[in-house]
Design a protein around this ligand. Structure first.
Ligand code: ADP
Ligand code: MG
Length: 697
């Protein structure tokens, strides 16, 4: 492998390249735009575009694209050539400032949740100069936001950028209150840990459920699963490690610092963690990481499964969204500092997070709601559907002391006073940190663990930024008007803890006791996507988003529609795939196997009438019982699918998919899985769980 520092960022038009290739004043103007979110002057854009084009062509690029993140949750791009024909039959390579700043993809092929009906079909993309352009597949990719002509966001990046601006504004107000006049910009930072499965490509291709749905719709439990715990931190298999090397290298070229890669709990499951960066860049990088994982796996004869639950009965995959707030001076605001002032400031930010998470549990839950993630959240697996926060024992002690006004350090017998006391550093103890919590404080950041492995992290970070900014704003309102800052601060933090500590839970989130306890605390338990989504349109949430200009009411409605539609489509495809697999493969295989058993019995009888055929008869009767059951349940599923009422509203449709179709699919699966156990391997049409999970050596 070549020198890492040489290849790192080699395909990125980053600050280093800009500085090298742009005239000093253009560079300075661009940097101002990036740092302060100003709009870019056309003449400057022309210079930047030209430098970008030259750089990209030197790197072998022939095309450019506005790379954006529509509501489908994945990225979209429409390539255009640099080549521009001239009148004299020659051609030149061109790329203008106008093309850099703005693109006009056809918006009609992307989900808009009704926005298209009310507004124009056309949309435009606008360069997000805070995220560097890069080269992928010989194409210069320009990270962009995607809006309708009316200005409505049609993507996941626009609201994320809006929420970052909001948080910046409100956090600065707080910092000023603490006498910080130096900080110019506050950003949220994110390091998403990405889980995924790798399976052998040849086996994958034998399963239409994996191909169409990304998850297995059938599959009996293998004799060995994850019970031995021998995979986690076990040595990497050769194919996996060569995949990881390749992946690292490709990601490094794109300026993504993939740092740790190790096995996960389940067999064939792995994890990649990048070094954290600014939220919108982390979001772009995570999208690129997922794309590269898929692509590079194929080069190694593997397939990367990013679905939240590829295999029933085996751990699913998530994404741990490590989130923090930091200043342009590099100060992490969620890290208790060295002085009482810094500590007081930390406690105020912490209070904002506590209050925000408690008041907007529903929004955090919605930000991770999808048909795929329903298999994890609230379904006997990490983490639960109930949103709560883990702060750890040390910090809890501090919060308790503040709440009761009691001694904090028993030895000193001094009352805990914000702005006077120095807090201990809450060093994270990896041995006993709570892995069951959906939202855990880990020393200097929060780890939001409910995100599904295939989901864009734009949504959850938009929510986190918005709810925390909202609380900071109300805190700032109150403190700015206070006569005595210190006592107002004390009161504010104490009150917040008293009113919102119900959201803090340091115990085992997987236990049944917690479900009951959470209910008695009045916490939400939104078990499925269809239960969660309607909360998006609660009055308090509409008020939050519209007041802070993150979403207009129209945008919120459109997102609600898109999410419901996506849910229905997913279940519909799964159900159709299931029918197809049963009718084309599973039933015929069972019938053939039955025939072979019957023939064996017949041959035996012909040989000698005294030979016993009790095994054949027993097997035949078991299988034929199950087959007729499978046949009838499949028939029911089929007619229930025909009964989907296209005209009914999307919520009613989604409920039907959840309560009728999905429920029936579970029944069909259960029978097919029983049959898999009985039917000879020779006849069963699909690779088994055992083969899939232990296929990669
Ligand atoms: P773990 O034990 O969960 O692996 P790490 O400290 O290794 O914990 O960090 C996990 C992830 O958290 C990494 O992606 C890392 O970059 C990210 N992270 C660390 N500090 C921050 C921060 N201040 N803001 C956002 N993400 C962070
Ligand atoms: Mg983690």
């Amino acid at each position: 492998m070549s020198n890492v520092s040489e290849i790192f960022g080699s395909l990125v038009f980053n600050e280093h390249v800009m500085k090298e290739r742009l005239p000093a004043e253009t560079y300075a103007a661009l940097k101002r735009t990036i740092e302060q979110g100003r709009s870019l002057d056309r003449s400057i854009a022309n210079v930047v575009a030209n430098a970008m084009k030259d750089w990209a062509i030197e790197k072998g690029a022939t095309h450019f694209t506005h790379w954006f993140q529509p509501m489908t949750g994945i990225t979209a791009e429409k390539h255009e050539g640099f080549l521009s024909p001239q009148k004299d039959g020659t051609a030149i390579m061109r790329f203008s400032g106008k093309e850099l700043i703005r693109g006009e993809p056809d918006a009609s092929s992307f989900p808009s949740g009704g926005l298209r009906a009310t507004f124009e079909a056309r949309g435009y993309t606008a360069w997000d100069a805070t995220s560097f352009a890069f080269i992928k597949d010989k194409t210069l990719c320009i990270p962009t936001a995607f809006c309708s002509y009316g200005g409505e966001a049609l993507d996941k990046k626009t609201p994320l950028l809006r929420s970052m601006e909001l948080l910046n504004k409100q956090a600065l107000r707080i910092l000023r209150l603490f006498g910080d006049t130096a900080t110019i910009r506050v950003n949220t930072t994110v390091g998403p840990e990405q889980e995924y499965f790798l399976v052998d490509r040849a086996l994958y291709e034998k399963r239409r459920d994996l191909i169409y749905c990304g998850r297995t719709l059938f599959g009996a439990k293998p004799p060995k699963g994850q019970e031995m715990d021998d995979h986690y931190f076990g040595s990497l298999k050769d194919r996996v490690s060569s995949f990881m090397h390749d992946l690292d290298e490709e990601l490094w070229k794109l300026g993504i610092f993939a740092k740790t890669e190790h096995n996960e709990v389940a067999p064939a499951q792995h994890e990649l963690a990048p070094i954290f960066t600014t939220t919108n860049i982390a979001t772009d990088h995570n999208q690129l990481t997922m794309e590269m994982m898929r692509k590079i796996a194929r080069r190694h004869g593997l397939v990367c499964l990013l679905h939240e639950k590829p295999f029933a009965g085996v751990n699913g995959s998530g994404k741990h969204n490590n989130w923090s707030i930091s200043t342009d001076k590099g100060v992490n605001l969620l890290e208790p500092g060295d002085s009482p002032r810094e500590n007081a400031q930390f406690l105020l930010f912490l209070a904002a997070v506590i209050k925000g998470v408690d008041e907007y549990q529903d929004l955090l839950r919605i930000s991770v709601a999808s048909a795929g993630n329903d298999h994890r959240l609230g379904a006997n697996e990490a983490p639960p559907a109930i949103v709560s926060m883990f702060v750890g024992d040390d910090l809890m002690e501090v919060l308790n002391a503040i709440e009761t006004g009691r001694d904090y350090d028993q030895k000193d017998k001094v009352e805990m006073r914000i702005g006077v006391h120095t807090l201990p550093r809450f060093t994270r103890d990896t041995t006993d940190r709570n892995r069951t919590s959906p939202f855990a404080f880990t020393g200097n950041k929060f780890e939001f663990r409910m995100v599904g492995s295939s989901q864009s992290i734009a949504d959850c970070n938009t929510m986190l930024n918005t709810i925390v900014a909202e609380e900071l704003s109300s805190f700032a309102d109150r403190l700015e008007g206070a006569e005595d800052f210190e006592s107002a601060l004390n009161d504010l933090i104490r009150e917040t803890i008293v009113s919102h500590k119900r959201i803090i839970f340091n115990g085992n989130n997987y236990s049944d006791e917690w479900v009951a306890e959470a209910e008695s605390r009045g916490l939400l338990n939104l078990k499925s996507t269809v239960e969660a989504l309607p909360y998006l349109l609660k009055e308090k949430n509409i008020a939050l988003f519209t007041k802070n200009k993150i979403f207009t009411e129209t945008e919120l409605h459109s997102r609600y529609e898109i999410l419901l539609e996506e849910y229905c489509k997913t279940i519909n495809i799964e159900a159709l795939t299931m029918l197809d697999m049963v009718k084309k493969d599973i039933l015929p295989a069972c019938l053939k196997y039955q025939k072979s058993i019957a023939e064996t019995a017949l041959e035996k009888k012909q040989l000698s009438s005294s030979l016993s055929c009790s095994v054949e008869e027993d097997l035949l009767s078991k299988i034929s019982g199950l087959v007729s059951c499978l046949y009838s349940k499949t028939g029911k599923l089929e007619s229930e699918l025909l009964n989907v009422k296209e005209e009914s509203d999307s919520k009613a449709q989604a409920d039907y998919y959840r309560n009728v179709i999905f429920a029936r699919m579970q029944e069909v699966r259960a029978i097919a899985d029983e049959l898999e156990v009985l039917v000879s391997k020779e006849f069963w049409p699909y690779p088994s769980y055992g083969e899939l999970l232990f296929s990669v050596q």
